[in-house]
Design a protein around this ligand. Structure first.
Ligand code: PLP
Ligand code: COI
Length: 358
């Protein structure tokens, strides 16, 4: 008996497709169902797909006090054949377990995660948004539920998946380059901490910096390492820049940078893209000099929600503006965006195993 059958809910399903006129801000709309699995007595159990709705957890649950929680973010796309395909969701499942290890939480079988996510999408398939550029955002998460005020790993957890028909993360999508703030005032992660994981607390800790960025009209902060020497990543995406010779540079992954599946995919696609993509430590001073000298001609962010988000300018704390190239979206970023989204949406042949039909 397969998981999809076991998880088949008796509740009502949507009976008509989502209207293409529906506006789709990122992450605001929910589908009708969610997947829940409980971790009790040392094992995952009672997997179920039930109507989306409030949860009941104890006020003493450790997640509410000490923040033992993590999440993932994946996407599914509709292809020209009318079928829905998840994109590299096995990589999300694997990274969820890496985050779980960092946060002393239990791992959950990766094949199970993939199959259960597929079963959930199948139940809510009529929620798929068919607008150009839209996708079904997949949000798995896990949190600690033990009612206990001692600071120790919880004995019980919930793994939940919700879905959100979504448009692009930045409202202007790929059409308008964003501005990032480079600040030495706030940091996202330190070595030996949780930066490499998708710990919920990393995002809580980034809110103050995000609010600060708004004072500079910037969408996000481009974080530096704790010594303010190297460029690391932004709050919700990895960073890239492109040198005059067309080389794409992504800061080397360390334990303070999330291993972006988008970055890893662009690295794997470099031959078909006809671009050289390298990872190395990026010195802040050098980066700034190269932007000023126009030796860096394009820059931006890579991420599931952000996809490819070109950066038109950086702002420093003293309000200095650094314009990348002429501030518009460059040809290399366009090429990466078109190729990458072409693969996700089934217009360009994907490497084996990247797309899985629901
Ligand atoms: N860096 C951070 C801090 C993120 O939250 C994300 C989003 O998941 C990324 C990078 C991009 O990772 P991915 O491409 O796997 O979505
Ligand atoms: C994603 O890109 O999926 C993320 O998890 C980023 C999120 C903070 C919006």
């Amino acid at each position: 008996m397969n998981i999809a059958y076991l998880l088949k809910p008796k509740s009502k399903r949507r009976s008509e497709a989502l209207k293409p006129t529906q506006s789709l801000p990122f992450g605001q709309i929910r589908t009708d169902h969610m997947l829940i699995v409980d971790y009790e007595d040392g094992q995952w159990q009672n997997a179920r797909i039930i109507p989306y709705g409030p949860l009941s957890i104890s006020p003493g649950a450790t997640v509410l006090h000490y923040g033992q929680a993590l999440f993932e973010g994946g996407k599914a796309f509709m292809h020209p054949d009318g079928e829905i395909y998840t994109f590299r969701i096995d990589k999300n499942a694997k990274r969820l377990n890496k985050s779980a290890e960092i946060l002393c939480m239990p791992s959950i079988d990766e094949n199970f995660q993939v199959e259960a996510i597929h079963a959930l999408i199948d139940v809510d398939r009529l929620w798929f948004p068919i607008q150009e550029g839209a996708s079904l955002y997949i949000r798995p998460f896990m949190f600690a539920t033990e009612d206990s005020l001692g600071v120790h790993p919880s004995k019980s957890y919930k793994y939940i998946v919700i879905l959100s028909p979504s448009g692009p993360y930045y409202p202007a999508g790929f059409t308008k380059p964003i501005r990032l703030l480079i600040t030495k005032k706030f940091h996202r992660a330190v070595s030996g901490g949780t930066g490499e994981s998708k710990a919920a607390g990393n995002y809580a800790a980034s809110l103050r910096a995000g609010e600060f960025a708004k004072q500079f009209d910037a969408s996000q902060v481009l974080y530096l390492d704790a010594q303010n020497k190297y460029i690391e990543e932004a709050g919700a995406m990895n960073h890239y820049h492109i040198e005059k010779d067309g080389t794409v540079v992504i800061p080397e992954f360390t334990d303070t940078i999330l291993r972006s599946i988008t970055s890893e995919s662009i690295i794997e696609l470099q031959t078909s893209l006809g671009l050289k993509v390298i990872q190395k430590k990026v010195l802040l001073d050098e980066f700034i000099e190269k932007i000023k000298n126009k030796e860096i001609i394009e820059a931006g962010g890579f991420g599931t929600a952000a996809v490819v988000s070109p950066v038109g300018e950086y702002v420093l704390e003293d309000n200095t503006i650094l314009t990348v190239g002429d501030g518009s979206i460059g040809e290399y970023s366009k090429k990466i965006y078109t190729y990458y989204t072409g693969i996700q949406t089934g217009k360009i042949k994907a490497p084996y195993g990247w797309l899985k039909k629901v």
